[in-house]
Design a protein around this ligand. Structure first.
Ligand SMILES: O=C(O)c1ccccc1NCC(=O)[C@H](O)[C@H](O)COP(=O)(O)O
Length: 204
């Protein structure tokens, strides 16, 4: 199971999550987010094990490539209206493509779009809302339990210790934690992260 903590803005949170065994650390390159970070600061973050994941909303391929190199990113989370062609151009092995189930009338229509993107990304992230992220609102687990998709998909949207037990029943291959493990936007609550990890992995 993959666990991502998104919206890193402090070195102490990067170090804590890395030491705890979080797999992916999300760095948001989106000025309208309260979690927006600067490329140079991200470049200075050097986790030992966790992969540095840049989150992009508006940028095109060339700009994403330049930021990825400058910030030393391992993975690229495309969190806007990015196309299959853009994912392929950036390299499927390093792309996480965000999709929003609330945009679709049925879970079957969602699954067929996920299949279109599958060859172009390493995983699909399902987030709440109809665009953007960090909404702090959760998707309904009963809809996702019916989702048939052979490609790995991760779940996001208002996840935290209060709902992870039920959200685990969706069968997601990964879980993306953000505002549900914060004390304020961009300020991670270490106890909530520890508790979330315990619920997901069953470890102290
Ligand atoms: O978190 C943000 O501020 C954000 C803003 C714009 C685009 C994406 C953003 N976050 C990306 C993530 O991967 C979040 O973890 C995901 O949206 C879930 O956030 P939350 O609902 O707060 O758990």
């Amino acid at each position: 199971m993959i666990i991502k903590v998104c919206g890193m803005t402090r070195a102490e949170d990067v170090e804590f999550c890395d030491a705890l065994g979080i797999d992916l650390l999300g760095f948001i390159f989106y000025p309208e987010s309260p979690r927006n970070v600067a490329q140079d600061w991200v470049a200075a973050q050097k986790p030992g094990r966790a992969l540095k994941t840049g989150v992009f909303v508006r940028q095109g391929v060339e700009e994403i490539r330049a930021i990825a190199t400058g910030a030393g990113l391992d993975l690229l989370q495309l969190h806007g209206g990015h196309t299959v062609e853009q994912c392929l151009a950036l390299g499927p092995e390093r792309v996480i493509k965000t999709m929003w189930p609330e945009r679709y009338p049925t879970v079957e229509r969602l699954a067929s779009d996920m299949l279109l993107f599958a060859p172009a990304c390493r995983a699909i992230l399902l987030d709440s809302g109809k665009s953007g992220g960090g909404h702090g609102r959760s998707l309904l687990p009963k809809d996702l339990q019916r989702l048939q998709c052979p490609h790995p998909w991760y779940l996001a949207g208002g996840l935290g210790p209060h709902n992870l037990t039920v959200m685990k029943t969706t069968g997601a291959a990964g879980f993306d934690l953000n505002s549900g493990v914060e004390s304020a936007p961009g300020i991670k609550d270490h106890e909530k992260i520890r508790h979330a990890l315990q619920l997901l992995r069953g470890k102290p």
